[in-house]
Design a protein around this ligand. Structure first.
Ligand SMILES: CC(C)(COP(=O)(O)OP(=O)(O)OC[C@H]1O[C@@H](n2cnc3c(N)ncnc32)[C@H](O)[C@@H]1OP(=O)(O)O)[C@@H](O)C(=O)NCCC(=O)NCCS
Length: 187
């Protein structure tokens, strides 16, 4: 059952739901059809990532992280079909109560506001369900679509982290953006 359902374009239902082992088939299809599209924005993936076994392991890890309250990965679905993934990872508790946000949407479903809405649902979950205080995202300065998405949701730019993540084979500078529960006022 979907965690959150919102009417989508032309009545299609956009939802996010916890990523589970049963999603492995759809996940492997997703990473294969978006391989070239996602490559500039992700770590270099080994061959196993593009196999059913690799995606089953990914989903199993997501389930284990959820049980440990260390991370929350969601499938983004449109009328029940997986069209992307949004993830809250590296959850820190104690006085920090923060998480890292990541997301990817099917190239063919881009440019319709679906990713913006799915990410908003995940941030809602972080604050309303997971009891977190801060959601942080790191975006390469060249990733205009991702920066636009976070700006639409009211994320604040905090600064530039140099050589922050190893993406597509090199250590890349990233813009750090964040939102805290006090300022999360999505319509
Ligand atoms: C980043 C990514 C998720 C953004 O996807 P997207 O489809 O551009 O984002 P949205 O679904 O929110 O669509 C926004 C676009 O749809 C348009 N749009 C149409 N209807 C809209 C609506 N109701 N609400 C918001 N935007 C709408 C916007 O104008 C915007 O277009 P623009 O970028 O030309 O300004 C996607 O490009 C992706 O997966 N990229 C590769 C992975 C990646 O970079 N991940 C993030 C790493 S930090």
């Amino acid at each position: 059952m979907a965690l959150l359902d919102r009417p989508g374009p032309r009545g299609a239902a956009l939802a996010i739901r916890p990523l589970a082992s049963a999603d492995a088939d759809e996940l492997v299809a997703f990473v294969r059809r978006n391989r070239d599209f996602l490559a500039p924005w992700e770590p270099r993936r080994g061959g196993r990532w593009f196999t059913l076994e690799g995606q089953r392991a990914r989903a199993d890890e997501a389930e284990a992280a959820r049980s440990a309250r260390a991370g929350y990965a969601f499938a983004i679905t449109l009328d029940g079909a997986l069209i992307g993934v949004v993830e809250l990872s590296g959850v820190m508790r104690g006085p920090f109560r923060s998480t890292h946000l990541g997301y990817a949407l099917d190239e063919g479903h881009g440019g319709r506001g679906l990713a913006t809405r799915a990410v908003a649902m995940a941030v809602d979950f972080a604050f309303a369900e997971a009891g977190l205080h801060r959601v942080e995202a790191a975006v390469m300065p060249t990733n205009a679509r991702s920066l636009g998405l976070l700006a639409r949701l009211g994320f604040r730019r905090e600064g530039l982290a140099e050589r922050y993540l190893e993406i597509d084979g090199a250590w890349r500078d990233h813009v750090i953006l964040a939102v805290t529960v006090e300022e999360w006022a999505r319509p």
